[in-house]
Write a protein that binds this ligand. Structure first.
Ligand code: TNX
Length: 497
């Protein structure tokens, strides 16, 4: 059993002798990739030396046990011919581990980092101080099923700052996910500086239950995107409108019907706040917020919400969808909406994020796909990692049911919406809402181990998934999570070491 999550496309185990390394020396196409690989392998217990000759045993003193073989080469090389036979997937890679060294090949840098992540998972927890890790000899050819593999993270209901966000980037990247979608605005707070609307900062210092919170300055946001981009993770910012908008109407009374600012809100109800399409202040506000967000964002997408507007007729809602999508496109980005966006006009390429089974809407979703929309699958009963694991679980909500590890694992993205063509599925995104989650440890205990399950749904072909194998591979990752200081929920569905 190789402890890999997500499970790769093709694994050729081998009887060849394993790799035993006191230290590794990395060769990579550029210093940035070499640095990231070094960080990963060092964290796995493979110290990295620079320079020297692989044949000379100049391993550091910490690796001084008798069985140490010295310095082994890890070569990362760009190579078009890498990956599963016949694959032209841009993320494909091949990893070869042998007694005398490691070679990773991929056509793009992202694939080389995927190979390093795989290698890192193959390195077992240290057997004891100074013992050289033994890495099984193996050849892996791999490529993901979907390109959109992500996590949606609510930093409004409880504020999680830049350090927590970077920790979440590290976690999603470890499972080879590519998207971190940040839910940045909601009724309780506003979490990102909008230079043309500096007053919004006044809505940053509130969250569920009150207490001090915060927001990202443009500089924080730039740094976060840089950190994520280095790890091939794209930040997708979400400005939720025309509902979930109380933070903005608290600051700007002119956005409301009677011109008066709303009270700040620190509860967990949804659906009560709204914008008014015919209010002359509305369109300039959307233009400022979406324009600035688009200008600040490196990635291709801006999410403009659209969920749970319970106090608006569908005609007015549709005008919001049309306008927000138009502004996003005029700003050079692609719009993403929650599934409710299908109630408005959609254009080819618009992304809709499915979250809640509403049978009566399935026809609308199929029609939207016919008009060229594509779907990101985040079904609440499988991918909402803020749901309680069990009724007794101290954290989380339960409106979509209880989501145990196996529920997060056993589902098929193309079978979620009746009648939707499999081609209309763009990918898979887990989501974690933070009404009940207040600390990084609580957050990680909701994400782990379930995020690995959703990552495997997004990466691995359905015929290669296997619940029993997944349970065992999950158990095998626990020591690395402990090492990293990543809290996880010890669900009884796994036999933890
Ligand atoms: C529904 S999912 C919401 C959020 C809540 C979440 C709690 C979605 C698009 N809207 O506003 O935080 O449920 O699970």
């Amino acid at each position: 059993m190789l402890p890999l999550i997500p499970w790769p496309t093709a694994v050729e185990p081998s009887d060849a002798p394993p790799l035993r390394a006191g230290a590794v020396r990395i060769t990579a196409p550029d210093a940035e990739l070499a640095g990231l690989a070094a960080e990963q392998l060092a964290a796995a217990g493979l110290p990295v030396v620079t320079g020297g000759d692989a044949s000379s045993a100049d391993a550091p003193a910490a690796a001084g046990a008798a069985d140490v073989v010295g310095v082994v080469d890890v070569v990362l090389r760009l190579d078009e011919s890498a990956g599963p036979a016949g694959s032209d997937n841009p993320e494909r890679y091949t990893l070869r581990v042998a007694a005398d060294g490691v070679v990773a090949t991929a056509p793009e840098r992202v694939g080389l980092l995927h190979a390093v992540r795989t290698l890192r998972q193959l390195v077992p927890a240290p057997a004891g101080a100074g013992a050289a890790p033994t890495v099984p000899a193996v050849v892996v050819h791999d490529a993901p099923r979907y390109g959109w593999r992500g996590l949606s993270f609510d930093v409004v209901r409880h504020w999680f700052g830049p350090a927590d966000m970077r920790a979440v980037v590290d976690l999603v990247a470890a499972f080879k996910l590519r998207v971190l979608h940040l839910h940045l605005t909601d009724d309780q707070g506003w979490r990102i500086e909008i230079p043309s609307r500096p007053e919004l900062e006044k809505a940053s210092d509130n969250q569920v239950g009150g207490g001090t919170a915060g927001f990202l300055t443009t500089e924080d946001y730039r740094e976060l995107q840089e950190y994520a981009a280095a790890r091939f993770v794209t930040i997708v910012p979400e400005f939720d409108m025309p509902g979930h908008i109380n933070a903005a109407t608290h600051v700007y009374g002119h956005l409301t019907k009677d011109g008066l600012p709303t009270d700040s809100y620190d509860g967990i109800e949804v659906g009560f706040s709204r914008l008014w399409f015919d209010n002359p202040a509305t369109e300039p506000f959307l233009r400022d917020v979406i324009g600035d967000l688009a200008a600040m964002t490196v990635g291709e997408w801006v999410h403009v919400g659209g969920d749970e507007v319970h106090t608006m007729e569908v005609e007015e809602f549709g005008r919001f969808v049309e306008l927000a999508a138009r502004i996003v496109r005029e700003s050079g980005k692609t719009p993403v909406f929650w599934q409710e966006g299908a109630r408005g006009p959609v254009e080819p390429g618009t992304l809709l994020q499915y979250w809640e089974p509403k049978g009566e809407e399935f026809d609308r979703f199929v029609a939207a796909a016919g008009a060229g929309a594509r779907f990101i699958m985040s079904p609440g009963n499988h991918a909402y990692l803020d749901m309680k694991y069990t009724p007794e679980h101290p954290l989380g909500l339960a409106w979509a049911g209880h989501v145990e590890l196996r529920d997060s694992y056993e589902w098929e993205p193309t079978a979620v919406i009746d009648g939707l063509s499999a081609d209309a599925v763009e990918g898979v995104e887990a989501a974690v809402w933070t009404e009940t989650i207040t600390t990084r440890d609580e957050l990680f205990s909701m994400l782990l181990p379930r995020l690995g399950a959703v990552a495997e749904v997004a990466w691995t072909a359905p015929e290669r998934k296997d619940w029993e194998a997944f349970r065992a591979r999950t158990a095998a990752q626990a020591p690395a999570w402990r090492d990293a200081g990543w809290e996880f929920h010890p669900t009884p569905q796994v036999d933890w070491p």
